[in-house]
Design a protein around this ligand. Sequence first.
Ligand code: AMP
Length: 403
Amino acid sequence: MSATRVLVLNSGSSSLKYQLLDMRDSSRLASGLVERIGERSSRLKHSPLATGGETREQSAPIADHDAALKAVAEELAKDGLGLDSPELAAVGHRVVHGGKHFTRPTVIDDAVLAEIERLIPVAPLHNPANLTGIRTATALRPDLPQVAVFDTAFHTTMPESAARYAIDVETADAHRVRRYGFHGTSHAFVSRATAKLLGKAPEEVNVIVLHLGNGASASAVEKGRCVDTSMGLTPLEGLVMGTRSGDADPAVIFHLARVGGMSIDEIDALLNKKSGLIGLCGDNDMREIQRRIDEGDEQAKLAFDIYIHRLKKYIGAYYAVLGRVDAIAFTAGVGENAAAVRAAAVSGLDALGLAVDDGLNAVRGDGPRLISPSDARVAVAVVPTDEELEIATQTYALVKTTN
Ligand code: AMP
């Protein structure tokens, strides 16, 4: 029997998310999450999807990622899906920052590990956690291919004109300062799925992807290749997000340091964790913001308007970058669920051929769907993202060809 299962791991600093997939039919056999690793209040939530059993939860302390993965392995073994199974083909790891170097999924060896480590200065929160996940999984199954799938890889096709900041070239290069972009697996998956929805090959269409989750980013995808994206050196640049400011004059930082007396770490926390929607109105959940708007809350309305204004600016900018747009795709928590955000983002853009059909936009659904009027020049679509499936697909394609 050939090995067809892929375990997808997404390791955060104190969390471990996982899914086990069978690549014969891309079905999900199990999924779960370990939270608050290293704290007394650790929690493991495991859904045995293959057996259709109830989700199981435990709340015993889990000291580190090693213990977390062992606990996950025990849960999987209870469902007959143990990680020692010969059916497991590979482990696919989400790695946030692959720099310029990693343009595609890569089987991990010592040199790859060293390069991911070298990128820690540009991804100080994410890459160390991703490395921990890789080391833990390798220790558990040293014989198995471990594959890194980079959040930045899809964006490495950006031309220099989009990837460079207009700052002194020597200084930028010495410190690897350039625009890398993130959410790449989602942008790749959604742009391809949008082409499919239009009945076309990815190479035949130009798509603007709006990944609107708690983190949010836009990308301009020309004939299947990313030519611009809104996140930059870090995920802070671009759209207004749940807790991140997105674009702001860089001089805001000097001003807050010089005049506001804030430290660099305080400003970092302000812009990454206390800005965006939560900074503007105290809530980062779009459902809550919409509820407040319905009650006449003006602060929530202003936060929503700022969010939409930025989104529209990016739609216009990427329209200009692409020249011709076949589709705009909304994805992630807000993009897939918030009809009001979708309607507001394209309102008034009829001159660009953009409109939503209110009836179609209001229908809730699970799959990719068009929400533009049938005679629209540009298709507007809701395309659910699936980063785990994309990581598993890329991982499996790689190990199938290298084995
Ligand atoms: P994600 O990061 O993709 O998981 O998206 C999370 C965000 O999606 C949440 O913070 C909410 O703001 C938003 N969200 C989820 N469900 C809904 C919904 N039904 N309506 C509006 N926003 C939603």
